[in-house]
Ligand binder design. Structure first.
Ligand code: HMG
Ligand code: MG
Length: 298
């Protein structure tokens, strides 16, 4: 059996930090991203061009993007909610954006102040402009198994939205278990449903670890043929509009698991441990990574 190839999308600087109440200084974010750029990670979501009234922590998006080192061979996607955000992303020279929609009506309204349908129209407008600029577009779907407002979400709803986002021009759909309620069974059912409209190489898995199921759920996705997983160093994260959502699966934990599976990640775990410590100290919180706790030597 050949070693599995898995790509990690590091979302710590965006998903990880967006929920932090205390504003992290811009130079700390830049330092954080520059360190991540040197670990072997190939994709780092660095900020979001959302409304600063909604998410003040990301208000320094332009400065962060302009200041970070952009190393060759590494993608630095940014999250974009509408054409206004896209204009800012274009102005700083972003080459990849991520658009986002929700499989649940309730979360769509809380997170983007609009229905799923209107959200899709916004995404369409964003993609129309982005494609003309040769910008790559990744699509997120939130609440793929459960919603903090609407409860259980049907796999068919996720498949339907995946099909739409792919047809609009997203090269990949990242399936987000926003509140981490998924288990092996619900994640498997959801992914099988999405696989009826997408190929495995068009899917990524994005697990928050609220219920401690993230690694098991990611493994389930890998078993279904998925080869891309999102994670956040130190398990930072959460969404301000998803009550009770805790951090993403920790990148250190994901890399440790993948190395155990014999996967080639190309990522240096020791460096990740140091970066996890660096960012935890910066936000004055203990690391959310078990592997970091186990391996860190102070
Ligand atoms: P709205 O208030 O309905 O927007 O927000 P609006 O168009 O009515 O504009 C209101 C004001 O915001 C205006 O300013 C706009 O200019 C400004 P004013 O005239 O009042 O001075 N504005 C902007 N400013 C800067 N950049 C922009 C922008 N857009 C409007 N792009 C909107 C609608 C979508 C903008 C808002 O709801 C928003 O920003 N939502 C984003 C919330 C967010 O960032 N959530 C977290 C990311 S998603 C996530 O974490 C899930 C994920 O990780 C996957 C998972 O885990 O499930 C991806
Ligand atoms: Mg998320």
């Amino acid at each position: 059996k050949t070693a599995i190839e898995v790509k990690i999308v590091e979302v710590g600087p965006r998903d990880g930090l967006q929920n932090e109440k205390k504003i992290v200084p811009t130079h700390v974010k830049v330092d954080f991203i520059n360190k991540l750029s040197r670990t072997g990670l190939k994709s780092i979501e660095v900020t979001s061009f959302v409304s600063p009234k909604w998410v003040p922590q990301m208000g320094d998006n332009t400065e962060v993007f302009k200041t970070i080192d952009k190393l060759p061979g590494i993608c630095y996607p940014v999250l974009v909610p509408n054409t206004l955000g896209l204009e800012s992303a274009i102005a700083v020279g972003a080459k990849e954006i991520a658009v986002f929609a929700s499989a649940s009506e309730g979360f769509s309204r809380k997170n983007t102040n609009c229905s799923i349908e209107v959200g899709i129209q916004r995404i369409k407008q964003v993609i129309n402009v982005a494609e003309k600029q040769n910008i790559k577009i990744r699509g997120y779907i939130s609440c793929v198994v459960g919603c903090p407002y609407d409860g259980f979400i049907k796999p068919s709803e996720v498949a339907k939205l995946s099909e739409i986002l792919l047809s609009l021009g997203c090269y990949e759909i990242s399936l987000g278990d926003t509140i981490g309620v998924g288990t092996k069974t619900t994640i498997d059912n959801m992914i099988r449903s999405v696989l009826s409209v997408a190929s495995a190489d068009q899917i990524a898995i994005h697990c928050h670890d609220t219920y401690g199921q993230a690694l098991a759920n990611i493994c389930t996705a890998f078993d279904a043929g998925v080869k891309v997983a999102d994670s956040s160093v130190s398990g930072l994260g959460g969404c301000p509009y998803a009550k009770g959502a805790s951090g993403n699966v920790a990148t250190e934990d994901l890399v440790y698991m993948l190395h155990g599976l014999g996967a080639n990640t190309g990522v240096d775990l020791n460096q990740l441990i140091d970066i996890g410590q660096f960012i935890s100290k910066a936000i004055d919180k203990p690391t959310g990574s078990k592997v970091n706790k186990a391996l860190y030597q102070n």
